[in-house]
Design a protein around this ligand. Sequence first.
Ligand code: GLU
Length: 430
Amino acid sequence: MIRVRFAPSPTGNLHIGGARTALFNWIYAKAKGGEFILRIEDTDAARSQKEYLDEILFSLKWLGFEWDELYYQSQRFDIYRKYAEQLLKEGKAYLEKTEGRGEAVIFKVTPRKIKVNDLIRGEIEFDAEAIKDQVLIKSDGTPTYNFACVVDDAQTQITHVIRGDDHISNTPKQIMLYEALGFNLPCFAHLPLILSKEGGRLSKRKGATAISDYHTMGYLPQALVNYLLLLGWSPGGNREVIEINEATKIFDIKNINKTAAVLDLDKLDWMNNQYLKKEDPEKLADELIPALVEKGYIEKDKLDRGYLVSLIKIFQGRLTVLNDFIDWADFFFLKEIKIDPAAEEKFLKRDFSREFRMFINRMEALDKFDVATIETAFREMVKELGIEAKVLIHPIRVVLTGKTIGPGLFELIYYLGRQRTKERLEKWIK
Ligand code: GLU
């Protein structure tokens, strides 16, 4: 049975890099019918925080990476102590007294060369000559990362350690511990680095956004997961959009790239739009309702859900993030809209009273008020006036929505309704 683990420290939020590590562990387990274990590396009580833990757990669930087992290192200190005692008894470790504090347990390193057959990188040789004796248990009684990691991976029968490239230098140290403790070695796979678009490592500013913030901003989890997959793996050909279930069927750890991945947030936006386009608008409505209520745009008990879903449908294809809807469709919910000054400057400089009045009259005279009849009436009118449609389309749009971009004019007039269309145009005439 394949058993993999994701082992975050709750000393910060889950970021893109961690989420990608979680994804590759999770998908490998799914692909092989194995198990995905979550281990919280919270040995550092001072730096570990509940809010980070909550954020990590929320984000993993949101992305769909449910775990089969969950361990907290802070609850396993007795186990680490037991194995440290074993190494002491066997003469493989020694005690070191620190003034005023307890005793640290130190591992005696025997210098030699260590080879690792990494599943992604191939064979790597380490010169353990350079590795000094290692602290296993600190004088305050807490285990070090390398020691707790090895004990836990062995004790929870992890078969594959899949983690970021930044842990490569820990691997030989861990191998020495496996051997000293008489544990079987797992397979190792180190995922390529993720660089920023400008080159260089991801900085706090660029790309170091908490995964839960992507949720808040209105990214869809399926889109983010698909994007994360591309940070080191590709479904083949030029294909980029692939749902996780399909990816699971063809995923192979051997096909993970050796070269660094590049974080391209524009690509993530593009991906999100791909998924927003095809998402069920009812689901998008569920996601949007709390935010729209909070904004005061809709009232929970007076909600016309069918209407909201229709509005979502006309915007859906253009959204980068779901929250764009809240900004772009605001004019459907606001009593008083704000007109963008630049749009006003560009399209409403001259007096359109006569044309607007004419348009209001035409709208009022319609027997049937639907997108097609609105459009026909408008086209006939501009023909009579001997002007191009765009001469009026932009000014009307700006007056009705406050903006220069948005869905088709006739569609938006239909959903805005005759009354509000009239009111807004009249207000402008005055
Ligand atoms: N807590 C470590 C980290 O977050 C885990 C590394 C590992 O997977 O061994 O980087």
